[in-house]
Design a protein. Structure first.
Length: 300
């Protein structure tokens, strides 16, 4: 039913509002067609972005995704961006946000130099930026080392960490502290989790049967492999050079760098997808880039 409603909505949108938000999570706008593998609202279409997009060629004036591309393996990223190109109208804009590898490396080198000069605060910042650089790529369990760092009762370098993780990160920290202060499991919460996972029971059963047939080392490899393919880890990182080169390889015109608040997309400021109403960046660690598909602009 949700799919039917959203497809009807997508066909009925005026041309100026045929905007597509992929991998939207909890941050979306009801004027857009919003897509996520785990919908967090009735206005979100459920779809796995590793599969072909369920839209016709040249359907949208804008395609947007942030903090999505880095979770795809390099060959899959090329296929996904080609799908974005396919559903984009001639003259349409694709906006991409990814963690900025260049900026992370700059911070790593500066914090390393300061830590080597016995700057105590820089040592904490060094620990965090090293987690940004590696933990999200090499972790073998949910949350990895970053989760443990954020769970501290008092972050020793709170200003630096919050400047990196923004509002989404602050919400995560608040949620972690609430969970830790209510660690006991209540009966209602147990049944809510059971209902949430009911449809996944056949998959879970098959997983445990498969694990039961393996030895200890093979079970560990099986579990790590399943986790690393589940979508949480970063499969690749991008900087302004590699991202622009990839977009041009797909066929886009030369991309332009943007900020969280700047865009070639008409009415961008009112959607608050990358900024709060106060103007604060939601994900300060992201690099934003926009590229156009050749043709006349579809806005009128």
């Amino acid at each position: 039913m949700r799919l039917l409603i959203l497809l009807i909505k997508e066909r009925s949108l005026p041309e100026v509002l045929r905007y597509l938000n992929l991998g939207c999570g909890s941050r979306y706008h009801t004027d857009w067609v919003n897509v996520d593998i785990v919908p967090q609202g009735l206005d979100v279409l459920q779809h796995d972005l590793s599969h072909r997009l369920p839209f016709a060629d040249a359907s949208f004036a804008v395609v947007y995704h942030a903090a999505v591309l880095e979770h795809m393996r390099r060959p899959d990223a090329l296929t996904f961006l080609s799908e974005c190109y396919r559903v984009l109208k001639p003259g349409g804009i694709m906006r991409v946000g990814v963690p900025d590898l260049e900026r992370i490396c700059q911070l790593y080198l500066s914090k390393l130099a300061a830590a080597l000069n016995d700057d105590e605060m820089a040592e904490y910042d060094y620990d965090w930026i090293l987690l940004e650089l590696f933990d999200q790529t090499v972790r073998e369990q949910g949350g990895g080392g970053m989760l443990g760092y954020l769970r501290q009762n008092s972050l020793p370098n709170e200003t630096f960490v919050y400047a990196r993780i923004g509002e989404d990160g602050r919400q995560l920290v608040r949620s972690l502290h609430r969970q830790d202060s209510h660690a006991t499991c209540s009966l209602p919460s147990f049944f809510r989790r059971l209902r949430k996972n009911w449809r996944a029971l056949p998959v879970i059963a098959r997983r445990y049967i498969a694990r039961g047939l393996l030895g200890a080392s093979d079970r560990r490899a099986f579990d790590i492999g399943r986790f690393r393919l589940a979508g949480e880890v970063h499969q690749w990182m991008y900087d302004r050079y590699s991202l622009a080169r990839l977009l041009e390889q797909i066929g886009f015109q030369p991309p332009q760098l943007q900020t969280a608040s700047t865009s070639q997309i008409p009415d961008w400021a009112r959607f608050h997808l990358d900024t709060l109403p106060t103007g604060e960046e939601i994900k300060p660690d992201l690099l934003f880039m926009e590229a156009m598909k050749a043709g006349s602009a579809p806005y009128a």
